[in-house]
Design a protein around this ligand. Sequence first.
Ligand code: GLP
Length: 242
Amino acid sequence: MQIIILDNPDQVATHAEQWVTEVIKQKSTPVLGLATGTTPIQLYKRLVQRHQTAQLSFANVTTFNLDEYHNIAADNAQSYRKFMKDNLFDHIDIDQNKTFLPICQQDQNPRIQGLAYEKKIRNAGGIDLQILGIGANGHIGFNEPTSSLASRTRIKTLTKQTLQDNSRLFDKDEYQPTMAMTMGIATILDARYVLLMATGTNKAAAVKQMIMGPVTAMCPASALQMHENAIILLDKEAACEL
Ligand code: GLP
């Protein structure tokens, strides 16, 4: 693990932007793994700016998102497809037919959908750089504590804590999905580079477990200790328990 502690969330986003830009420039057909949540929004803003001001092209980029809520319409305001369109895809020159999320509707079989997603990633040549955030309980993607370290894309029930953490993003009377499809921990570990960003004191305990704790399914992010090219970008607050 390469751990980089920066002064503030702005610097974390700037640093992450450099990594993503580097991969896009170096590869002829780059494959990015993308994350949702509040943490990567600043990174996506910078990538949009770079596209607009420095002509960084996403024309040859393929993307795979970590997760998506189960049985959610693409145009639902809470879908991760909508999040990605609003924060990135609609503002860059990417071919949106080459942007994938692990989708599973009510009438689809999660196991078949999961296997198909894994196959799609393989057929694209694997993920060059996987962007990650971390949940306050140490989850990555929606791999909640107790997720197998050998897990692959599948359906997961979200924990109470994750539902509570994410409830801030839903209106009072809005339906909050309780299940999601997510890349597995082994899927994430297959990426050539993994770039995890964490900011703020509410992530400090999970960050400590991820870096200094044992490798355990109780802290899914701790699996990154086994990855050759894991880069952990922290602001001072997220690093305060190290
Ligand atoms: C969500 C997502 C994760 C994300 C995490 C942290 O539930 N499934 O991919 O990394 O929680 O989110 P945030 O960046 O908003 O703190």
